[in-house]
Design a protein around this ligand. Structure first.
Ligand code: NOJ
Length: 531
C-alpha cells in the first residue's frame, strides 16, 4: 500500500509552521507501524508557491521551507531501513514563471529557452490565440507585452506550459529524473501526465455548452471537449522515453491521468513500455454513487488489469469521510471508504491512502479569511471549490495545533477532536486506524490477493466481485446484506472460506459455502486450506 504525504501538512520538524522532509523522517516509524510500502511526497522543490509547490522553479533542489538535499538523503536512508520506498512528485506539464528557463524565455525571445514554452501571436482581434481555458479560471493564455505574444498555461498564469515538442525539454527532464533516482527515489508520481503534448495546430476545443459569467472555473472547463489541449495521441511518447530512463533503476512511473475516457487512459499502461500505473482521477471525484463505482472499477479492471493505483482521495478533492458522508453518519462514511479500500487490495495495482484517511478524517474547517488555495483565494465567489479543507494539518495528538507544528501552521484550521488523532486511535484497537492497519497486514501476508489473472464476476447491479485463482472479493454497495452461495458460482478451486471483512477485519477461517456480505462492505474469501 502506498501512502500520500502532503508535505506541507504532514509534520513540521523545524517549527516554522510548514511541513518538511525531516518531519517525514520523524514519522517513518509511524508509517512502518501502519504497514505502508511506499510514500508519495507532494512537490518539495523550490517554488514561489502560487499552486502550493506545483509551480516548480528548480527541479533538482529542495525548497528551503521543506528542507535540504541532505534531508532528502536522510529520508531515503531512514525509509530504506524499514523497507519503505519514496515516490517523488514530478511536474512536467508546466514550470513556475520564476523558473530560470521561463525568465530567460521572456528576457530573450530569440534565445535558446524561448522554445521551452508555448508562444503564439494574438488572434486577429488581438485576443488569445484559441479558445482554450485554464483549469483554474480564465483563458489558458496570457499576453506577454515585451514580445507581443501569448504563452500557454493550462493552470495559473504563474504556471507556463512547457513545449514538449522541443527535444531540449525532454533532455532536461531526463536529467531531473536521474538526479532523484541517483539519490534513491523509487519512482515518480507524474503531475497532469495527460497534458504534455498539445494539438500541433492549436485548434479550438469544441464547445459543449454556453459559458455564462456566473459559472465556476470548473464548470467553464467542463463546458469544452478537451480534445485538442489534453491527452493527445502522441503524449504517450513522453512516458515511453521516461520508461527507458527509469528501467535501469527498477523505478516506477505512476501517472496522474485526468482523461475521462477509460479506454484512452488504459493505453498508457497497456504495454508496460510507458507508465507502470495510473492514478485515475475519476475515483477522487465520485461520491457514494454505487452504480458509478461499479462501472468505473469494472471497466478499468477489464481494460487495464493491475495498471491502476486506486485512490479514494488526494490533496485536490474532499476526503472520503466527507464525500461519502453526505446524509449519513460519520461511521457509515468510514465503512464505505473501508469497503472500497478493501476491494482495492485485489485489483492488482498499488493502492494509495491519503494522509488522514487511515483516521477516517473528514475535511478540516478553514476560516474563509484564511483560505490559501488559488482556486478559492482568487475567486472568492467560488470559495467552495477551494482545496484547503482536505489539506489541513495532520492531527497527531491533542497538543496545540494537534502536534503538527510548534509554530503557526501555514493553513489555519479548527482543532481536531482527540478521537480523530493518531495518538488516541493507536491506543484503541477498535479505531479506524487499526482497521487500516489490519487491512495492510492482511495484504502483506496474503499474496493470493494479487496472484494470477483477475476476472470480473457479475453478481448483480449493486455488487462488485473480483475473482482470482485463489481469492474472491465481493463488495456489496447496497443498503441491505447480500447473500451468496459460493458453491453456485463457477469458481475453480475450493473450498472457500471468508478471510477478511471490511467491517470486522481478519476472520476466523471456516469452510462454508453460504455467506452474507454486510451492507456497504467488502468480504474477501480464499480457497484451499485455511491458513
Ligand atoms: C494536479 C495536482 O494534484 C494539483 O494540486 C495541481 O494544482 C495541478 N495538478 C496543477 O499542477
Amino acid at each position: 500500500m502506498g501512502y500520500q504525504a502532503y508535505i506541507r501538512s504532514f509534520a513540521d520538524h523545524d517549527g516554522d509552521g510548514m511541513g518538511d522532509l525531516r518531519g517525514i523522517v520523524d514519522k517513518v516509524d509511524y508509517l512502518a507501524w501502519l504497514g505502508v510500502d511506499a510514500v508519495w511526497i507532494n512537490p518539495f522543490f523550490p517554488s514561489p508557491g502560487h499552486d502550493h509547490g506545483y509551480d516548480v522553479s528548480d527541479y533538482v533542489d529542495v525548497d528551503p521551507q521543506h528542507g535540504t538535499l541532505a534531508d532528502f538523503d536522510e529520508l531515503i536512508s531512514a525509509t530504506r531501513k524499514v523497507g519503505i520506498r519514496v515516490i517523488v512528485d514530478i511536474v512536467p506539464n508546466h514550470t513556475s514563471n520564476e523558473h530560470a528557463w521561463f525568465t530567460a524565455a521572456v528576457a530573450d525571445p530569440t534565445g535558446p529557452f524561448r522554445d521551452f514554452y508555448i508562444w503564439k501571436p494574438p488572434a486577429a482581434d488581438g485576443g488569445p490565440p484559441n479558445n482554450w481555458v485554464s483549469h483554474f479560471g480564465g483563458p489558458a493564455w496570457t499576453f506577454e507585452p515585451v514580445s507581443g505574444e501569448y504563452y500557454c498555461h493550462l493552470f495559473l498564469p504563474e504556471q507556463p506550459d512547457l513545449n514538449w515538442q522541443n527535444p531540449a525539454v525532454a533532455d532536461a527532464f531526463d536529467t531531473a529524473l536521474r538526479f532523484w533516482l541517483d539519490r534513491g527515489a523509487a519512482g515518480f508520481r507524474i503531475d497532469v501526465a495527460h497534458g504534455c503534448h498539445k494539438d500541433p495546430l492549436f485548434r479550438d476545443n469544441p464547445q459543449l455548452r454556453t459559458v455564462t459569467p456566473n459559472m465556476s472555473p470548473r464548470a467553464v472547463f467542463d463546458s469544452f471537449d478537451h480534445r485538442f489541449d489534453l491527452d493527445q495521441d502522441t503524449n504517450i511518447e513522453v512516458f515511453r522515453r521516461w520508461n527507458q530512463v527509469v528501467e535501469p533503476y527498477g523505478a516506477v512511473l505512476i501517472g496522474e491521468l485526468g482523461a475521462e475516457d477509460a479506454e484512452r487512459a488504459a493505453r498508457y499502461v497497456a504495454d508496460g513500455d510507458a507508465l507502470h500505473q495510473l492514478f485515475y482521477l475519476r475515483s477522487t471525484w465520485l461520491e457514494w454513487e454505487p452504480a458509478e463505482w461499479k462501472t468505473s472499477i469494472e471497466s478499468l479492471q477489464a481494460i487495464a488489469p493491475g495498471g491502476v493505483s486506486w485512490v479514494l482521495s488526494c490533496h485536490d478533492r474532499p476526503r472520503p469521510a466527507t464525500r461519502f458522508g453526505r446524509g449519513v453518519d460519520d461511521q457509515r462514511a468510514i465503512s464505505r471508504s473501508l469497503a472500497l479500500s478493501t476491494l482495492a487490495m485485489v485489483l492488482g495495482g498499488m493502492p494509495f491512502v491519503y494522509q488522514g484517511e487511515e483516521l477516517g478524517l473528514p475535511d478540516g474547517n478553514v476560516d474563509p479569511n484564511s483560505v490559501t488555495d488559488p482556486l478559492a483565494a482568487r475567486f472568492s465567489q467560488w470559495a467552495g471549490e477551494g482545496r484547503d479543507g482536505c489539506r489541513t494539518p495532520m492531527p497527531w495528538d491533542s497538543t496545540p495545533n494537534n502536534g503538527f507544528t510548534r509554530g503557526e501552521p501555514w493553513l489555519k484550521s479548527a482543532p481536531r477532536p482527540a478521537e480523530l488523532t493518531v495518538e488516541s486511535q493507536r491506543d484503541d484497537p477498535e479505531s479506524t486506524i487499526h482497521r487500516y492497519r489490519d487491512l495492510l497486514a492482511f495484504r502483506h501476508k496474503t499474496p493470493q490477493l494479487c496472484e494470477g489473472q483477475a476476472r470480473v464476476l457479475d453478481l448483480g447491479p449493486s455488487v462488485i466481485a473480483i475473482e482470482r485463482p485463489h481469492c474472491l472479493a465481493i463488495t456489496n454497495l447496497a443498503t441491505e446484506a447480500f447473500s451468496v452461495d459460493l458453491s453456485t458460482l463457477t469458481l475453480p478451486g475450493g473450498p472457500w472460506h471468508q478471510s477478511f471483512s471490511s467491517k470486522n477485519g481478519v476472520l476466523e477461517a471456516k469452510n462454508d459455502s453460504f455467506s452474507e456480505v454486510a451492507a456497504e462492505s467488502t468480504s474477501i474469501y480464499l480457497n484451499g486450506a485455511p491458513s
